[in-house]
Ligand binder design. Structure first.
Ligand SMILES: Cc1cc2nc3c(=O)[nH]c(=O)nc-3n(C[C@H](O)[C@H](O)[C@H](O)COP(=O)(O)OP(=O)(O)OC[C@H]3O[C@@H](n4cnc5c(N)ncnc54)[C@H](O)[C@@H]3O)c2cc1C
Length: 365
């Protein structure tokens, strides 16, 4: 297997990732679960809090509870650590070759196959397009449609744990909810820092990902938030990027091209499942090929049938989270009442379909 990466070096975008049990389970299959547990933090709970009065609306237990309920851990990790683990596993595998600084792009699939044939000395059996939200391989699929701006901006800052200590426990995953905006904070393990991600309404700033953020703008967007949070904002240096999504999920993009991850179905981070879905796609694709003895004409329809409903359901959950997190007026009052009344066990049970899922299990086909 030949892997072509546009960048000269493996740099991560953004700092942190939440890894739910549906994806940590797959790390076992990939043989990196043990190393993962050395660099991943398992927060004891995920808390939803009011951004105005810091009241806890509900807690979803994680830690040992997650391992017991979903048979795999819930963790938070620095993106660089996950990337190192995955890259090491690739480099160790005798059949994998990683080519850095190589762009994979062509007008047509036939031209790409021709180009790749020269790179790898023979025509590839399959091209897997994992080229992200701005995928050019996606253009091989007629009517696939481009990525569209979601109307939201993500802001990311890194802070010392004591910056957030006054607000809530910096060892937990905290989501502070307010009208149209929310802020998520969680620890980045041995890096000794807290990752803060705010999602706010915003204007289109183009395809560029990583822009320097103006804290004054963020303070305006956080008008009415608790003073403890607002006063923390200017002690953090913020980056921001517009959130694009691909709502028209498309996996098969040509005779020999299949898309996975954001290239196939980029979603907003409201369910924290984008990277999880990319890894689920990759493992499901491998399982479909194994099941069909390496035959693309059998494996690809199987993969499409397996992944399309899963992605639709996860996307729906993300849309629901955005609606609930950003609620205002009477909807917010009802949300707070419902969340406060539900017991943590019941809230966890609502996530069983998402977290108990094994992407390599083909029996549901
Ligand atoms: C604020 C925010 C928070 C998030 N939090 C979470 C979270 O907690 N949990 C979670 O699971 N997900 C989260 N996500 C989503 C996650 O970051 C993405 O879904 C995930 O990175 C997608 O992975 P990918 O491999 O499909 O694409 P990418 O990560 O975009 O990788 C694409 C790669 O392809 C390379 N490339 C592009 N074009 C070419 C080309 N033509 N030739 C060669 N190489 C090319 C790029 O350089 C890049 O390395 C979050 C996203 C955001 C914005």
């Amino acid at each position: 297997m030949d892997i072509f990466e546009n960048s000269e070096t493996l740099d991560e975008v953004g700092a942190g990732l939440q890894l739910s049990p549906n994806v940590t389970r797959l790390m076992e299959t990939l043989g990196i679960a043990e190393r993962l547990s050395e660099v991943m933090v398992e927060p004891p709970k995920l808390s939803l809090l009011s951004a105005t009065d810091l009241r806890t609306l509900c807690d979803i237990p994680a830690g040992a509870f997650a391992r017991q309920r979903w048979h795999s851990p819930y963790g938070v990790i620095h993106r660089a650590d996950l990337q190192t683990l995955l890259a090491d596993a690739v480099l160790k595998h005798p059949s994998c070759r990683l080519h850095l600084g190589k762009i994979v792009q062509a007008e047509t699939e036939a031209a790409l196959l021709n180009h790749l044939s020269k790179e790898i000395d023979g025509e590839p059996d399959l091209i897997v397009g994992a080229d992200g939200v701005w995928s050019t391989l996606r253009e091989f699929a007629p009517h696939s449609g481009p990525a569209t701006f979601s109307g939201s901006i993500a802001w990311r800052g890194l802070a010392e744990p004591q910056e957030f200590a006054a607000i809530e426990n910096p060892r937990h995953v905290n989501a502070f909810l307010a009208a149209n905006t929310h802020l998520v904070t969680y620890p980045l393990g041995h890096h000794g820092i807290v990752n803060a991600v705010a999602v706010t309404p915003g204007n289109l700033t183009g395809h560029n990902w990583d822009n320097e953020g103006d804290v004054k703008q963020l303070q305006t967007l956080f008008a009415g938030w608790n003073e403890e949070i607002v006063s923390t904002l200017d002690r953090i240096s913020w980056r921001f990027w517009p959130l694009y999504e691909i709502r028209n999920t498309c996996f098969v993009a040509g005779r020999k091209t299949v898309l996975i991850g954001d290239a196939a179905h980029a979603m907003t981070p409201h369910a924290a499942q984008g990277a999880a879905m990319a890894i689920e796609d990759a493992c499901a694709l491998a399982a479909c090929f194994e099941m069909s003895c390496g035959k693309p004409d059998k494996a690809l329809p199987m993969f499409n049938a397996l992944r399309t409903p899963r992605i639709a359901r996860v996307r729906k959950r993300g849309d629901f989270n955005k609606f609930a997190y950003h609620a205002k007026g009477p909807v917010r009052i009802v949300r707070d009442l419902v969340l406060s009344a539900r017991n943590p066990e019941k809230l966890a049970a609502d996530l069983d379909w998402l977290y108990s899922y094994d992407a390599t299990d083909l029996t549901r086909l």
